[in-house]
Write a protein that binds this ligand. Sequence first.
Ligand code: ADP
Ligand code: TYD
Length: 208
Amino acid sequence: MIGQGRFISFEGIDGSGKSTQARLLFEALTAAGHDAILTREPGGSPGAEEIRKLVLEGEPDRWSAETELLLFTAARRDHLERTIRPALAAGRTVICDRFADSTRMYQGLRSGDLRAMVDALHDLMIGQEPDLTLLIDMDPEAGLARALERGGGEARFESFGDTLQRRMRQGFLELAQANPERIRVIDGARAIDAVARDVKAAVLEDMT
Ligand code: ADP
Ligand code: TYD
């Protein structure tokens, strides 16, 4: 059936379990016969994956805050044009590991008062929100430990440390309070399958 698919995003601090839960949801929906795609930001299209390397690798001060915001927004625009909108238009469910709420938090909170610029650029260049956002919430110290344990070469943001992660957590919870119709908060400090059950329940509730 061709129609408008559901757009579901996962948000939360580094190491909270977003990628794990996004994958499990994708597998569960696919097993139940849904036509779904699993994608991520920054990235999710060939061009945006190239921008991902620019923003996630290298020294923390490689880009000014404003340039970084432009790069994340450019990546999102390409991802929307090439991957997300075509999938939604074909009636597919799109599961996205991070979307614009990450920019509101990471770029909006990182240096001074960039949030107004983040919102203006979003309105100008993106103008789309997910139908449902699952905020995987947990203590930043535990999340950071998980993220560092996982390793990998994309440590530019994880090296920003604990204070920033705490502000992010608070900021994400405030976003959820301000957007209760879109954002569901899920307690991420539990076993993977317990979190996955709540994720599935929230998605089923949203779909019915
Ligand atoms: P994120 O995408 O939010 O950074 P990941 O899904 O990559 O988080 O998880 C970070 C690390 O923590 C991975 O090694 C993953 O296997 C592990 N992990 C994820 N969820 C849990 C959980 N509920 N309990 C324990 N470890 C977890
Ligand atoms: P991701 O690969 O999801 O990291 P993790 O799995 O550790 O959560 O995202 C990489 C980093 O990019 C992460 O630290 C958050 C940051 N980020 C932004 O700063 N702004 C954005 O708009 C997005 C999408 C991600």
